[in-house]
Design a binder for this molecule. Structure first.
Ligand SMILES: *[C@@H]1O[C@H](CO)[C@@H](O)[C@H](O)[C@H]1NC(C)=O
Ligand SMILES: *[C@@H]1O[C@H](CO)[C@@H](O)[C@H](O)[C@H]1NC(C)=O
Ligand SMILES: *[C@@H]1O[C@H](CO)[C@@H](O)[C@H](O)[C@H]1NC(C)=O
Length: 457
């Protein structure tokens, strides 16, 4: 998710402290982090032999793989921000267990409950706290935090390579890199880096990249920043005069990008968003239907419990922040830089999924379609002419799928920016069918636009 936190629940924190005071440690551990909910592996992956900087990871194996593990796809998840932890994706969105508040003996506390639509049902699922300095990842010095996508990709490549070496069966597994929001930069960056680097490496060191998926992403900011006024106006959220004000702010941001004044351009984009927020008074721009912000605080509080850190292999003295300002600052000048050219490369060499929640006012459907239609790719006209098919899951309309060749676009109904949190089952159906090329997500169109392919799995 992008930066900006919901409010901390102080009374909740007190209750948790009470709980910690009255129960011996081991029962907390048993109550708070049951063994079956722990990742199969977690810990640190080095990013550079010259330093102690390392990327924190949590890996969950596929729950019901349909092939031998050495052939079972591996999904990698990258959170946005810049500087927000993938552990929020893990424990609030798409991981197998979610942190929820619950009542026990009249005391409110945190517990874990199974996610009804985890992304590791059929695939291995690897969460990486990226870049270093984010979440539980370690930046040995602030200077080592990447300031551009090349730097991000270099570290990710080292970390993923190191992860693959942990188990001989990982080597042959197809890799799909997925992510959300600011990962609309990271996902293309690591994909591009892998495909440029692979041919220069011996076969044994190549990464087996098969596809890239971006949810509610920021990828081509100069085009995306210019869509907020129209999006809000045609959603009925602002009037014509306010639309004009927003357009004026958007023009400034675009102008600053064209001048290469990156820092000021980033601030100008923030101004567009804060003005939209101010005009509409919405609880969050991540989802215009929500009455309060996404409740990610529970996951953050959970991750700050000493026993939880211990169970995950993290130094207990480390404070967990949902989003790191230090990382946000390091990448401030990167925010408005486009990686569209990387997506243009990737769509030729691999396959790409772009999906958005209908209610997202930050990096939603309109924002994505605006840059996609400017892509330089021989398939773009055919893609733009392709039908936007009605997509159903278990007989109900889940959204729309538009696909041509290696590019797939999905609109998900009933969802905002943190889409898997809002639509667990449908997001699971989407990622599974896209990876496995089932039904409407298949390579060959079959004219069948509303079948229930979930039943066939
Ligand atoms: C960038 O834009 C800001 C705001 O308009 C301005 O104050 C600053 O001087 C500009 N910097 C450069 C290097 O042009
Ligand atoms: C919007 O900004 C104005 C001027 O700063 C302020 O008076 C007003 O309270 C803000 N409205 C909201 C909804 O935040
Ligand atoms: C945890 O971090 C603290 C502070 O950086 C350090 O002194 C300590 O040695 C670390 N503990 C372990 C087990 O690494």
């Amino acid at each position: 998710m992008a930066r900006g936190k919901s409010t901390t629940n102080a009374s909740f924190f007190l209750l948790k402290l009470l709980l910690l005071c009255f129960l011996p440690d081991h029962s907390i551990s048993a109550a708070i982090y049951p063994k079956e909910a722990l990742p199969a592996k977690s810990g640190y992956l080095p990013v550079d032999p010259a330093t102690n900087s390392a990327i924190f990871y949590a890996f969950y194996e596929a729950q019901s793989p349909t092939s031998s593990l050495s052939k079972t796809p591996l999904l990698i998840w990258l959170q946005g921000g810049p500087g927000c932890s993938s552990m929020i994706g893990n424990l609030f969105e798409l991981g197998p267990w979610r942190v929820v508040p619950s009542q026990k003996q009249n005391v409110e506390h945190l517990s874990l409950e199974p996610n009804p639509g985890p992304w590791n049902r059929l695939f291995g699922l690897l969460f990486l706290d990226n870049p270093i300095g984010t979440g539980f990842s370690i930046a040995a010095t602030p200077e080592e935090i990447p300031r551009d996508q090349e730097g991000v990709a270099k570290h990710l490549f080292a970390a993923i390579t190191s992860f693959i070496s942990l188990d001989p069966s990982f080597k042959s597994r197809p890799i799909y890199v997925t992510g959300e929001s600011y990962a609309g930069k990271y996902v293309p960056a690591i994909g591009y880096y892998i495909l440029k680097k692979n041919p220069k490496l011996p076969a044994s060191q190549r990464l087996n990249l098969k596809g890239l998926a971006i949810g509610d992403g920021l990828t081509d900011p100069i085009i995306q920043v210019a869509t907020h006024a129209d999006n809000a106006y045609f959603s009925g959220l602002v009037n014509e005069r306010q639309k004009g004000e927003l357009e004026e702010l958007q023009r400034k941001a675009v102008e600053l990008v064209k001048m290469g004044n990156w820092s000021a351009a980033t601030s100008a984009r923030s101004k567009v968003l804060s003005t939209l927020s101010n005009m509409t008074g919405l609880a969050t721009l991540y989802d215009f239907t929500k009455k309060k912000p996404y409740q990610t605080d529970y996951a953050t509080e959970f991750l700050n419990i000493a026993e939880v850190k211990k169970a995950l292999g993290v130094n207990e003295s480390m404070e967990f922040e949902e989003c790191s300002d230090v990382v946000g600052d390091a990448l401030h000048e990167d925010v408005m830089k486009s990686v569209k050219y990387m997506v243009e490369f990737l769509v030729k060499k691999s396959k790409v999924l772009l999906y958005q929640g209908l209610y997202d006012l930050r990096d939603g459907v309109v924002s994505t379609e605006a840059w996609v239609k400017t892509m330089k790719w021989e398939g773009i006209e055919k893609f733009l002419m392709a039908d936007r098919e009605i997509w159903k899951v278990n007989g109900e309309v889940a959204g729309y799928v538009q696909k041509w060749g290696s590019l797939t676009h999905v609109v998900v109904l009933g969802a905002g920016h943190l889409l898997p949190a809002d639509q667990a089952l449908n997001s699971q159906a989407m990622i599974e069918d896209w990876v496995l090329e089932n039904g409407q997500f298949g390579r060959h169109e079959n004219g069948c636009s509303s079948s229930n392919f979930r039943g066939a799995l």
